[in-house]
Design a protein around this ligand. Structure first.
Ligand code: C5P
Length: 218
């Protein structure tokens, strides 16, 4: 690409799923592979940004030239993100953060017994919502993965979380969402403009998102 239009910008990207442990060996998680977040981190670094990637567990190789903090649970992600946040110019929250965690994480492996087992779940903190309350100069970008009423839910989230831009993707659409190499997204700005992008590789999608961000970061 060769353009350095993010030179001097500090960008925090979160990626991947979180793991919410029931006991030392079992956890609740989701199908996120981290590909979209890693693509954004790489694309931003390629365009000159100083990138810090905070990621849940993935099978992806550590990208070169990018600072990386590895976490497991939503609460670990929150602690890492909040520490880095004040110095950042742009925050892109691609991570698929678990909304709930087991109320109790057992210290020992849970033994099976006869009959059913019920799990009690506690709400996790909404990291992006907290950042939206605290933000000063930062540009905040969220992702909305939905299976229905995509654009309405995405817009509601953008307002509720005080975001500048939200990237909506219908994870049921073929060629989009979790575990695919391509994505089909609609970029929605605070001003209510909507741009539906065609099916593209996640790295091309990342560059298209950065093109929109570039205009906001002027
Ligand atoms: O889960 P939800 O659809 O509300 O996610 C929208 C955005 O909020 C995403 O960018 C996601 O990374 C972020 N989020 C978060 N902490 C949560 C849940 C979601 O930062 N606990």
């Amino acid at each position: 690409l060769g353009k350095h239009d993010f030179a001097g910008k500090k960008i925090l990207v979160t990626a991947g799923p979180t793991r919410e442990y029931l006991d030392p060996i079992r956890f609740l998680t989701n199908r996120s592979t981290g590909t979209m977040g890693y693509s954004l981190a790489k694309a931003a670094a390629c365009r000159g940004a100083a990138v810090h990637l905070v990621t849940g567990p993935t099978c992806l190789a550590d990208p070169l030239g990018i600072k990386i903090t590895k976490v497991e649970s939503a609460r670990e992600m929150q602690a890492a993100v909040e520490e880095i946040f004040p110095e950042m110019d742009i925050v892109i929250k691609t991570a698929a953060v678990a909304d709930y965690r087991p109320k109790i994480t057992a210290n020992q492996k849970i033994k099976k017994k006869d009959g059913d087992l019920s799990l009690s779940l506690a709400r996790n903190p909404d990291i992006l919502l907290e950042l939206g309350r605290k933000k000063k100069h930062q540009i905040l970008v969220g992702f909305a993965a939905e299976t229905e009423s995509l654009l309405e839910y995405a817009q509601e989230k953008m307002i509720a979380k005080n975001l500048d831009l939200i990237v909506a993707n219908n994870i049921k659409e073929e060629g989009a969402g979790f575990g695919t190499t391509t994505n089909i997204v609609t970029i929605i700005t605070k001003e209510g403009q909507m741009h539906r992008l065609p099916q593209m590789t996640k790295i091309d999608t990342a560059h298209a998102i950065l093109d929109h961000l570039r205009m906001l970061a002027e």
